[in-house]
Ligand binder design. Structure first.
Ligand code: A3P
Length: 359
């Protein structure tokens, strides 16, 4: 069991990271549960930071914070919908498949590049228990022989992944091990908030574990209020931006990866020390292009229907939606766009970050 600090009130708990975890209650919880029907076990907020999670986060929070890192680990970090899956496939191809001949490529990407806190996101009444024949469980059994799924399928896959390990997390830096950037390397990818929101709205409707029932306008309001799971977009970004000169953090943008793909792959190659030839870099670019990834639809692979609201996928498309910069255009009403612009301006302040919006 993780260390659970003492709590004055029944609905609070101290975490190893120094955060105070508080369960939402009353009207706030009722509103969340009405609009996000996947979070069937309650919601918690962590202070400071106002990070928001399904309450299942409690079970593993300290284990994420105390996760033992190794010097050749590479951890991929993003706020949700900023292109993590793309980065997972790029990293895995660069590190383990630059000649495109590794048979493991057929396994689901989340089994090859495990998602640290995914156990937190999957416990909901909307998702049937993942059976032993599901490709994810087979990947788990192979990677973690003798281990119990109850102790975290993805957590243990991260722990026992073949070295050098690559894994991903959407957790903000203050919730991750303090030695992350001393012991290992991390890649942080940012995406402009207008595209990230459009993408997250779609994601939250198609995935049963979120099961968002509201309108786009309501979704944007959740985002602007920092009330989506994972919490404040800007704070997440600022925590990584502060570290951008740390030699063990490579900070990059979705928009640059899209617009100057080869240039960005070369920077990653240098950061990782993979020393790929031009032919291998071309392999990576081709194999991880939007068209190729969409055609393979390798996010979850076979068995993915247990995670998706199939009717919405059939109507509005699946995980690989557009993969573009500037797809937000035409999606916001003028009022909503003005609200978003004001919020962006206020939060950018003297931050020094500049997004490309595809204008
Ligand atoms: P859209 O919904 O705008 O299409 P994440 O993996 O963090 O959930 O991010 C998903 C977003 O990245 C989606 O954006 C998805 O289509 C996009 N994406 C995934 N693979 C991509 C690729 N190879 N090239 C460009 N975008 C990609």
């Amino acid at each position: 069991m993780p260390f659970l600090g003492c709590c004055k009130k029944r609905n609070t708990m101290s975490l190893a990271s120094g955060h105070n975890l508080v369960s939402l209650e009353g009207e706030e919880l009722a509103r969340q549960e009405r609009d996000w029907q996947g979070y069937s076990e309650g919601i918690v907020r962590l202070h400071p930071g106002r990070w928001l999670f399904p309450s299942t986060f409690k079970r593993f929070a300290d284990e994420y914070y105390n996760f033992k890192l190794k010097p050749d680990d590479v951890v991929l970090l993003t706020w949700p919908k900023c292109g993590t899956t793309w980065l997972q496939e790029i990293m895995w191809t660069m590190r383990y498949n630059p000649d495109l001949n590794n048979p493991m490529a057929a396994a689901p990407v989340n089994a090859r590049v495990p998602f640290l806190e995914m156990d937190t996101l999957l416990k909901t009444k909307n998702i049937d228990p993942i059976g032993p024949d599901h490709p994810l469980m087979q990947g788990f059994k192979k990677m973690c022989p003798g281990r119990e799924p109850e102790n975290g399928v993805f957590l243990q896959m991260c722990e026992l992944a073949p070295e050098p390990r690559t894994f991903k997390s959407h957790l903000a830096l203050p919730l991750l091990p303090t030695d992350l950037l001393k012991t290992s390397k991390a890649v942080y990818m940012a995406r402009n908030p207008k595209d990230a929101v459009v993408s997250f709205f779609h994601h939250s409707r198609i995935f049963k574990n979120h099961d968002f029932k509201g309108t786009f306008e309501e979704f944007v309001q959740y985002f602007l209020d920092d009330d989506c799971v994972y919490g404040p977009y800007w704070l997440h970004l600022k925590e990584a931006w502060k570290q951008r000169k740390n030699p063990n953090l490579h900070f990059m943008f979705f928009e640059d990866l899209k617009n100057n793909n080869m240039e960005e792959l070369k920077k990653l190659d240098k950061f990782l020390g993979t020393n790929l030839s031009q032919e291998q870099l071309d392999n990576v670019a081709h194999y991880t292009s939007f068209a190729e990834m969409k055609a393979r639809d390798a996010v979850l692979g076979a068995g993915s229907e247990i995670f998706f609201n199939v009717d919405i996928v059939q109507k509005d498309g699946g995980f690989f939606r557009q993969g573009k910069v500037g797809d937000w255009k035409g999606k916001y009403t003028p009022e909503l766009e003005a609200k978003m612009d004001k919020w962006i301006k206020k939060n950018l302040g003297d931050f020094g970050i500049e997004f490309k919006y595809g204008v």
